[in-house]
Design a protein around this ligand. Structure first.
Ligand SMILES: *Cc1c(COP(=O)(O)O)cnc(C)c1O
Length: 219
């Protein structure tokens, strides 16, 4: 199936309140344009430099999401245009985003990445650390960043029950936080292999790459 057909199929499948971020990392801009022409406007990348290059060349009404781990010294390259940063995992990083957003006279929306998977390799923080960030004086004083929800990645496994329990845990955490933080609106969970489970568990934003663009070639 073509990229356009994949997008159409996915959109038909997703409930109206769930947004689709097309994860276009490693893909050439022609592929992104094909998705764009099929109506896709949210794109996600995991490398800041690659995202900045694509932003320069592609239509300006695209909303760019940074879904990968963020190094603080690179925040400045995306601050002029990034629309949502999914994987904030420290107050230090948040402070840098605040600083760069202010320089650009913008407000940048962020999600806190919660570690829900078993693997040691997955980034993310635990609930206590997330609470500490949200309740910190430093965050309260920031006026150029807004934490609007949580993001999580489930364990890479065939075990559907395990994936479901990890996503359900994140959803419960999200609902808890939402009571205290009215800015919370977005729960980013679900990728090509597990977005159906994520939606059943209450996801409001799925990040789908290979099911739209095909397998990635990392050579
Ligand atoms: C690559 C990536 C995705 C998309 O993965 P697919 O399995 O290709 O859908 C989603 N989220 C993050 C954080 C990613 O790095």
């Amino acid at each position: 199936m073509s990229i356009a057909e994949n997008i159409k199929t996915l959109k038909a499948e997703l409930p109206e309140e769930v947004s689709l971020v097309a994860i276009s990392k490693t893909k050439p801009k022609e592929d992104l344009l094909e998705a764009y022409e099929a109506g896709q406007r949210l794109f996600g990348e995991n490398k800041i430099q690659e995202m900045a290059e694509k932003w320069e060349e592609l239509p300006k009404d695209i909303q760019w999401h940074m879904v990968g781990h963020v190094q603080r010294n690179k925040v400045k390259y995306m601050a002029p245009f990034v629309s949502l940063i999914h994987a904030v995992d420290s107050l230090k990083l948040l402070k840098e985003i605040e600083k760069q957003a202010k320089k650009n006279d913008r407000k940048i929306q962020c999600l806190l990445q919660i570690k829900i998977a078993e693997e040691d390799t997955k980034y993310g923080i635990d609930i206590e650390e997330a609470k500490n960030i949200l309740l910190s004086d430093a965050y309260r004083e920031m006026s150029h960043v807004e934490i609007i929800g949580l993001m999580g990645m489930a364990t890479l496994t065939e075990d559907q029950a395990k994936i479901r329990s990890e996503f359900s845990f994140l959803k419960r955490t999200f609902d808890e936080f939402k009571k205290e933080h009215p800015t919370f609106s977005t729960l980013s969970m679900g990728m090509s292999g597990d977005y159906k489970i994520a939606i059943e568990c209450g996801s409001t934003m799925v990040r789908v790459g290979s099911a739209i663009f095909g397998e990635r070639d990392y050579n």
